[in-house]
Ligand binder design. Structure first.
Ligand SMILES: C[S@@+](CC[C@H](N)C(=O)[O-])C[C@H]1O[C@@H](n2cnc3c(N)ncnc32)[C@H](O)[C@@H]1O
Length: 416
């Protein structure tokens, strides 16, 4: 549905009041309205300019800024800021690209000094990544300062170097296979773009720098958004702590995070619920587990989730953004490996995934669907689709927990 700018402005005002009252979902709603306002105001020529040049240039220069440490330099010199010339010198880069450049015009008898602008910084400032505060003076913004943190910085590297080529190559790839639907983990847009036969995770293992940026970015791509461990989302005390039997199977395990990456979800869980009883286990591939230092609040175990689950009778088995990387048959295989370990009537299965609504999914949902498509030829699923996969694996949905304007839901399921 397209609205007029006037109608969107009225909604913005209304939602602005909800935002001021800190109503759940108001921030996300405001963002959606702001994007709608741009679409309603923008000319087609401006839309093409933005999508075709301005945003690709922004992405490229963010990637360059990461390589040159520009965001770090801007953060260090927060007050009073730094000149482009000094930034260029620190980065050992040509001043025309980064800094201010004085030169004489050839063919003119009197030497005239003209200024060629710091082109990287100018574009990043015009796109609100950094700020230009004076004549050849730049400072960081909350965003560019955040991009110095490894988890966000690695998001720039990962999205540009790993996912980027798959998106750029998608039109040509789909044309080459006559617009058939790719469904194989070993033969899709990712393999065509990166000229490999390896599935995504095996490719990461062969490219350790990208394995590291992927693992770091996993803790960032939903940072700050509503999480299942937040108050008002999933009733952790009622559903996990009450009835927790610390002697179940002699294991004393409250939760097993299956395919949990570096353990960021567990850290968040323990930070927000410091007095949880029992042990928490983190499982992932050996290549990931070996990168974990100090498993202080959880026990890291290398485990292939296509093999039988070794931790018996835990209160909960939790899978976050794991199943969306796999086709239906593989999801059933992964879930069936949990079944024998689960205690009927006690163990809960928690699946934290996007559930695509039948109507008007938001861009965080549709773009994640596109991301898993270009990386693994997979796709996000509707509620009916999840229900059918769980049923095939011998599970029944107990309840689906969601949050106002959140992209991900928590599906609680039990053995049939
Ligand atoms: C998309 S990431 C999700 C990570 C984490 N759960 C999160 O939500 O941030 C998928 C995870 O599954 C892990 N994984 C892939 N294949 C696996 C396997 N066969 N056994 C165990 N873990 C695997 C990957 O290493 C990765 O950490």
């Amino acid at each position: 549905m397209s609205s007029t700018p006037e109608a969107i402005l009225a909604q913005l005002q209304e939602t602005g009041s909800a935002y001021a009252e800190k109503k759940p979902g108001a921030r996300e709603q405001l963002l959606n309205l702001a994007y709608s306002l741009i679409s309603s105001l923008e000319l087609p020529s401006e839309a093409i300019q933005r999508m075709g040049w301005a945003e690709p240039a922004r992405a490229a220069h963010c990637r360059i800024a990461v390589d040159l440490g520009l965001f770090e330099s801007l953060k260090e010199s927060s007050d009073p800021g730094i000149s482009g010339k000094d930034l260029a010198a620190k980065a050992d880069a040509d001043e025309t690209l980064i800094g201010t450049f004085l030169r004489s015009l050839p063919g003119i008898r009197v030497t005239i000094l003209i200024r060629t602008k710091a082109r990287t910084l100018k574009h990043l400032a015009s796109m609100n990544i950094v700020a230009e505060t004076g004549d050849d003076k730049y400072v960081g913004t909350p965003l560019s300062n955040a991009l110095t943190e490894p988890k966000y910085r690695d998001g720039i590297i990962y999205t540009y170097d790993v996912a980027g080529p798959s998106f750029r190559g998608l039109p040509g790839y789909l044309k080459s296979i006559k617009y058939a639907l790719p469904t194989k983990l070993t033969d899709g847009p990712f393999q065509a773009a990166h000229k490999t036969d390896l599935p995504f995770f095996a490719w990461l293992d062969q490219n350790p720098p990208y394995l590291e940026v992927f693992n770091n970015y996993m803790s960032a791509y939903r940072a700050g958004k509503p999480s299942w461990v937040d108050q008002g989302f999933y009733p952790i005390s009622e559903r996990l702590v009450e009835g927790f039997n610390s002697n179940a199977g002699g294991n004393d395990v409250l939760l097993v995070d299956v395919g949990g990456g570096l353990g960021h979800d567990i850290r968040e869980l323990k930070e927000k619920h410091p007095s949880l009883p029992g042990k928490i286990i983190l499982q992932d591939r050996p290549e990931v587990i070996s990168a974990i230092s100090g498993g202080d609040i959880f026990e890291p175990i290398a485990h292939d989730f296509f093999t039988p689950q070794p931790i018996k009778e835990a209160r909960a088995y939790y899978l976050h953004s794991v199943l969306h990387d796999w086709g239906d048959d593989d999801c059933v295989r992964i879930l069936k490996q949990l079944q024998p370990a689960m205690k009927p009537g006690y163990s809960r299965l928690l699946v934290n995934e996007i559930i695509v609504p039948d109507r008007s999914p938001t861009w965080p949902v549709t773009s994640m669907d596109q991301l898993v498509f270009v990386l693994g030829a997979m796709g996000e699923r509707t509620e009916a689709h999840w229900e059918s996969i769980l049923a095939r694996a011998g599970f029944r949905i107990v309840h689906i927990y969601s949050y106002e304007m959140g992209s991900e839901s928590l599906i609680e399921a039990e053995l049939v």
